[in-house]
Design a binder for this molecule. Structure first.
Ligand code: CO
Length: 153
């Protein structure tokens, strides 16, 4: 168990494109555990590996319905669009209105190298898109319609 340092906006690592994971092994599973510890410690609903300085395509998410670990996630379908408020552990105390697809289908590998397909809507769909953006070096503040300081509304 370890809480990792979260990189903040302005750190160039957050602008890089992450590489696919080539080997799912014990080290990757340890990173997934540490990323989850970090996400829970800072009360985020998702965390992407570049936020802890690892430029690989790995994401953890928990919107309050249990932890999901996505390795090499690919969004294969998007439907509808919805604007809502987002924040990010890498952008403390800033929130913004971001337009996202309302529903997505994502394919990813589990920590046991099993391919999964997940259809998501609501907060989970938003979170998946936010985290996959991190893997492509994109932050929500880069695409938000408006930003404001303070508490999440
Ligand atoms: Co984020």
């Amino acid at each position: 168990m370890a809480v990792l340092e979260v990189m903040k906006a302005g750190n160039p690592v957050l602008k890089e494109k992450s590489l696919p994971v080539s080997k799912i092994d014990k080290n990757l599973r340890r990173l997934l555990d540490d990323m989850a510890d970090t996400m829970y410690k800072y009360e985020g609903v998702g965390l992407a590996a570049p936020q802890v300085g690892q430029l690989i395509r790995v994401v953890v998410i928990d919107i309050g319905k249990g932890k999901k670990e996505l390795i090499n996630p690919v969004i294969t379908a998007r439907e509808g669009s919805l604007t809502d408020t987002e924040g990010c552990l890498s952008v403390p105390e800033i929130y913004g209105e971001v337009e996202r697809a309302e529903k997505v289908t994502v394919e990813y590998y589990s920590r046991w190298n099993k391919l999964h397909t997940l259809k998501a809507d609501g907060l989970l769909a938003r979170c998946i898109q936010h985290e996959v953006d991190h893997l492509d070096g994109r932050l929500f503040i880069d695409i938000a319609h408006s930003l404001h300081k303070g508490e999440k509304q």
